[in-house]
Design a binder for this molecule. Structure first.
Ligand code: AVJ
Length: 321
């Protein structure tokens, strides 16, 4: 395919983010671009790695707090999930609270429709209404769902991908989308020893490295790049000041390449920052939620205090104090 034909098919936002992100001096590409088909498969593998505790701990936690959740949330309402839904966590929640409507919201329509089909066969009576949208923005909910008893569901500690300022924006958009009286069930990964955190993102089998490097393959394929992928190394940093695990791609020699006809040069040691995964203690996650117009009403943590699910309530709009 000619480069013009290739680029006319490319996602314009991906192209813009990559060209802007590679320019430097502080190179960074938003983490959402990891998830092409290969990236999603690799992430699925990550969730099963011995070192990657978040998925296991959150799933166990959901099982353990099912009854407590059922007491707090009336059945027959609507669950709005931010993201296409996980094959294990979503069924656990749906079984626990038995809603009438389930609305998964995701930017990738194909992925969304596939997981909706799978879920429908498991819950034949549930009304599933997939919405293809960018959940970082306020959206209009489908108008045939119950407007009372709405629960937002944002598991996986995906909130950790956002720097606090953007996380607060996101929470406020969720508050605007879900409305007065809504609740939100949201997962946070807790601050813990770097000896646990770093291996979770730098596994012995190299799956996370492949996940990180896949971004460069995707750029080459979708944006007509010729990045020498073998010049980059997967690097994990625990940034204690910002309380986050950072993922970088570090260049091990001087190189030149082009993407979409734009030339770039990297020196040995230059890196591209590809992901932040913020970790929280209880005080900081409560403050983040309150800043985003959500009032925490219940917290559920695993015995190790490695992961916390918070049930929060839409804060009333007030001006003082
Ligand atoms: C999907 C954002 C929760 O930050 O732990 C896993 C993504 N990146 N390993 C995380 C991820 C590298 C993951 N989230």
């Amino acid at each position: 395919m000619s480069e013009t034909a290739l680029l006319s098919r490319a996602d314009p936002q991906f192209l813009a983010d990559v060209l802007e992100g590679l320019r430097g001096p502080r190179r960074a590409i938003p983490a959402r671009w990891f998830y092409d088909e290969r990236g999603s498969t690799l992430f699925d593998e990550i969730t099963r790695l011995p070192e990657y505790y978040p998925t296991r701990n959150e799933t166990a936690l959901l099982k353990n707090c099912k009854d407590a959740l059922a007491e707090q949330i009336a059945s027959g309402g609507a669950v709005i999930e931010f993201g296409a839904g996980s094959a294990t966590k979503t069924p656990l929640l749906l079984e626990a609270i038995d809603p009438e409507f389930y609305v998964p919201v995701d930017i990738s329509g194909d992925y969304l429709r596939n997981s909706a089909t799978v879920l429908q066969s498991r819950f034949p009576d549930l009304n599933i209404i997939p919405v293809e949208a960018d959940f970082t923005q306020t959206m209009v909910l489908p108008d045939n769902i119950a407007y009372t008893n709405i629960l937002g569901f944002f598991p996986g500690s995906t909130i950790g991908n956002f720097v606090p300022r953007s996380g607060v924006d996101l929470l406020r958009h969720m508050r605007a989308t879900l409305g007065e009286g809504a609740k939100l069930l949201i997962g946070f990964d807790r601050i813990k020893s770097a000896d646990v955190l770093v291996p979770a993102y730098d596994d012995a089998a190299g799956v996370t490295a492949a996940f990180n490097l896949n971004l460069l393959h995707r750029i080459n394929r979708e944006l007509g790049g010729d990045i020498p992928v073998d010049a980059f190394l997967h690097q994990i940093v625990w940034n204690d000041l910002e309380a986050r695990v950072e993922m970088h791609l570090r260049c091990n020699r001087d190189i030149r390449f082009s993407v979409a006809g734009v030339d770039f040069s990297f020196d040995e040691g230059d890196s591209i920052h590809t992901e932040n995964s913020h970790k929280y203690d209880l005080r900081s996650l409560r403050l983040l939620l309150r800043s985003g117009c959500w009032t925490p009403v219940a917290e559920y943590s695993d015995p190790e205090d490695w992961f916390t699910l918070v049930l929060a309530e839409a804060a009333p709009i007030q001006t003082a104090p």
